[in-house]
Design a protein around this ligand. Sequence first.
Ligand code: SAH
Length: 223
Amino acid sequence: MRPQEDTYMHKGLRKTLVDEVKRKGIRNEQVLSALLAIPRHFFLDSAFDKVAYEDRAFPIGEGQTISQPYTVAYQTELLDVHPYEKVLEIGTGSAYQASVLAEMKAQVYTIERQKKLFDQNKLFAYLRKYPNLKMFYGDGFEGLPTYAPFDKILVTAAAPRVPEKLLEQLKIGGYLVIPVDEGNLQRMLRLRKLPDNSFHEEKFDLFSFVPMLEGKQNHSNGI
Ligand code: SAH
């Protein structure tokens, strides 16, 4: 069961969470406002109601997780999102990160490879608030050629490498933010596409994501 009500208690806990994320170094006001606006407990089973505003990742079924708010804020800040930009996200998961992007008024396209999570999100009433959020069932390694090019692309699963097709689907001047495997963790990278179609790469901190897997999945994996 998903909670439906956003009480004063939830709003208070959210404010405390935003202060914590700020203390950890996130400065972008639009990112912080989006975190403050979105009822994260709606994205979790009601069993998580009391802890939904802790700065932690939680299970969402199918062996997947809702990302830690700090990680969501960190990636969104690196992406440097502006209203009306076309943003592609790989790994919809709980759709929390996608909602942050939509709250910031981007045109959001998000892809999930697990049919069950995709179907769940299609029925998730809160997301109807965002006509600028479009969800797709597919393999993120392929990107979304029909809607390309994108101003920004965000990968929210641990990538074994930088997928070539995502680089192709980026506009000149656009950013790809992607956590790429480095030992047991992932190095956050930001690649900017230059006018000669080459890329400028910047390296950031280490994070821990669930793996980015090839192909689509249409059944429960029993985890
Ligand atoms: N952005 C999510 C984080 C979810 S975890 C959130 O805010 O909750 C990463 C998600 O990426 C998982 O749901 C996983 O199924 C999905 N994923 C992994 N590989 C993928 C791929 N190749 N294409 C699309 N989604 C993928």
